[in-house]
Design a protein around this ligand. Sequence first.
Ligand SMILES: [Zn+2]
Length: 203
Amino acid sequence: MSVSDDRLVRHVAACQLPTPFGVFTLHGFEEVGGPREHVALSLGEVGAGEVPVLIRLHSECLTGDALFSLRCDCGFQLEAALEAIAREGRGAVLYLRQEGRGIGLINKIRAYKLQDGGADTVEANEQLGFPADMRDFRLVRDMLAELGIARVRVMTNNPRKVETLEKIGIEVVERVPLEVGRNPHNDRYLSTKMAKLGHMLSG
Ligand SMILES: [Zn+2]
């Protein structure tokens, strides 16, 4: 087997992962020459056939995904995506460990503090010296290749994710909106994502 390639991540191991939504397969990936580990949850035969696969690219949000935060919509979106995949019986969530749109957990807490003082999510990142969005979706190319996925329906409100997928050679058949979890605590955050980051949300 060839070891000389330009992959950013490699598939290391997979196991069953029972969840309230269904029994997924959990795939572990490690970055080649990097410290981060990523996972994908798949259900059904994602690597087979012509029918596009329902997917979500979900960037890690410890506060939203695991700590029930209402400051964003991440946890709600993750749950809705897993539910939708279970309903279809086929699909995958790529869970990318790039916390806080890539700035890391501690910097996200710093950004939240600035937001407590009145900044919006984009201004806060910029005040800390970061671009509004530092996520790198190239690793998605390798993860989808490992899973055998080439044609997708992607669950997202972010048109940039559709562009990103197309740029790495994935055929996006449909963008499936994922509007869940709006509440008084994240209303301004979601409006900023719509106004400044191009997210497509209904008001
Ligand atoms: Zn979040």
